[in-house]
Ligand binder design. Structure first.
Ligand code: NDP
Length: 490
């Protein structure tokens, strides 16, 4: 007999945190039924009232910050301070989405151009209806909120399927929303294993899926969505590079590199995984990095590996890297399940799994490069393209490198700082996925543009969309278009 519930466990202690239903196809269908009705009501409220409700939800989450951080700590094992930071970021995004949706998505006039002088052109972004959000466990509030807040602000109802490792957090997020929006279930959470997410992706009444997780699962979700031509936004992790240029502040670079790589036990989609250091500063940077790394310990500075199966991947990457490269900090003995201490390995061949595949653990590979250009070329030679970092005191050079980096986001002289700027879109290229959450692009991701052209008056002698059109009207059109567009630009 199949079990009807599953447990979420504290990965540090193995203790049961909570028990949740494995929601069936019927249960997901019923949730989507309710969401459809709620979506119509929520859309009808209009921007101003939605903004008020979402800002209220933000205040409710803020007042429950400590409780939520405790729950995130229990379900993921991450320190309460890191959980707090994650929730603060989510609050910032919720605030931005609520405040900016009216301006970004609301109705506005656009120019109709010279050829349309008799038209009034209007553009607005309307809700899609029901949005399905399939979330990960590594930042169980911040990451899904990057879709949930923006989808709600755009006027959609949301059905959220959290990772089976962090269901309690997902349930609580929806419960707290009901305090601000008690009338209809505009935001619901369904719990279960991967199959529950698949039911959501296959439901034709779900008008968009926002997925965060592995590239392999994104492909499965996309295949399910293809049946109904349901669009998806996919955030699938990365293998982010960190470039240290010759004029970088090496202390600041080493400090940021370590935090970017090891915080959250390296389970960060935009975490540092590959480090490229230009020859001129390689030795002093490595001294700085290894000295600092020596004092960082799993279980003290960061938590355990949340997903037990990930330990095998981390172990395989460490074994592979230390066989071919030179261990600077740690090695195979750094894995003390469920914890992994920092591992830094230099000179690992660029075609090895430790350099090519997402590790999702507190490990980095480091390589010496001739110059920043070579570092950039190696950084870009990845199937992934989510984010990256440049450390350089030359602002112009750093900007050039950042622009040439084949990623959705790049931080200069800081790590992952773009994630805390709600106005900046977040998402990747290549195997890192497509579509954007956050910012104006993130709001538009969950809306459909509606274009309206209204004729204000008939243009005398220029009725071009009529069978009564004569040769003289066409002649006038040719003269007009030649005047407007026929001159060559010098
Ligand atoms: P998955 O990609 O398997 O899971 C992500 C989400 O998709 C979870 O909610 C999961 O539910 C759900 N899901 C799984 N199968 C399906 C399906 N067929 N249809 C719909 N939804 C589904 O990631 P994992 O948690 O297993 O982690 C695997 C790897 O993904 C990690 O090793 C890491 O490299 C990467 N990852 C990247 C993240 C990022 O931020 N980009 C976040 C998390 C992981 P359930 O949890 O119940 O299986």
């Amino acid at each position: 007999m199949t079990t009807l519930t599953f447990d979420s466990l504290n990965p540090a202690t193995g203790q049961v945190v909570g028990s949740h239903p494995k929601q069936s196809a019927d249960a997901v269908r019923e949730a989507v039924d309710r969401a459809e009705a709620a979506a119509a009501w929520w859309a009808g409220l209009g921007h101003a009232e939605r903004k008020r409700r979402l800002l209220d939800y933000k205040a409710v989450i803020t007042r429950h910050l400590r409780e939520l951080a405790g729950l995130v700590h229990e379900e993921t094992g991450k320190p309460v301070a890191d959980a707090t930071l994650e929730i603060v970021l989510a609050i910032t995004h919720l605030d931005w989405a609520a405040r900016n949706a009216p301006k970004v998505l609301g109705r506005r006039r656009v120019s109709a151009g010279m050829m349309g002088v008799n038209l009034a052109a209007t553009l607005e972004y309307l809700p899609l209806g029901v949005v399905g959000v399939i979330g990960p466990w590594n930042y169980p509030i911040f990451t899904p909120m990057g879709s949930i807040a923006y989808a709600l602000a755009a006027g959609n109802a949301v059905v959220f399927k959290p990772s089976e490792l962090t269901p309690g957090i997902g349930v609580r997020m929806a419960e707290l929303f009901a305090a601000s929006v008690p009338e209809h279930p505009v935001f619901q959470t369904v719990t279960g294993l991967g199959e529950t997410g698949a039911f959501l992706a296959r439901d034709p009444r779900v008008k968009k899926i926002a997925f965060t997780g592995s590239t392999a699962t994104a492909k499965r979700v996309m295949a399910a969505c293809a049946e109904n031509l349901t669009p998806i936004v996919a955030e699938c992790g990365g293998k982010d590079a960190f470039i240290v240029d010759a004029d970088a502040d090496l202390k600041a670079a080493a400090d940021a590199c370590l935090w970017g790589a090891m915080s959250n036990a390296g389970q960060t989609c935009t975490g540092v995984e590959r480090v490229y250091v230009v020859d001129a500063v390689y030795e002093p940077f490595m001294r700085e990095l290894s000295e600092r790394a020596a004092s960082i310990k799993a279980g003290e500075h960061y938590g355990p590996i949340t997903m037990p199966g990930q330990l095998d991947i981390i172990r395989r990457h460490i074994d592979d890297a230390t066989k071919s490269g030179k261990a600077i900090t740690g090695g195979p003995g750094s894995v003390r399940a469920p914890f992994v201490d920092p591992v830094i390995v230099a000179d690992v061949p660029e075609d090895s799994p430790a350099v090519r595949e997402e590790t999702f653990g507190p490990t980095i590979t480091v390589r010496r490069t001739r110059d920043a250009q070579e570092a950039l070329e190696l950084a870009n030679a990845s199937a992934y393209g989510l984010a990256g970092t440049i450390f350089s005191r030359n602002a112009r050079r750093a900007m050039e490198l950042a622009r040439a980096m084949r990623t959705g986001m790049t931080a200069i002289n800081s790590v992952i700082s773009f994630a805390g700027v709600p106005a900046l879109p977040f998402g990747g290229v290549g195997d890192s996925g497509f579509g954007r959450i956050h910012g104006a692009d993130g709001l538009r991701e969950f809306a459909r543009p509606k274009a309206i052209s209204r004729q204000r008056f008939a243009l005398p002698g220029m009725n071009l969309t009529s069978f009564s059109r004569g040769a003289d009207e066409l002649e006038r059109l040719i003269r007009l278009v030649t005047f407007l567009h026929g001159r060559r630009k010098r």
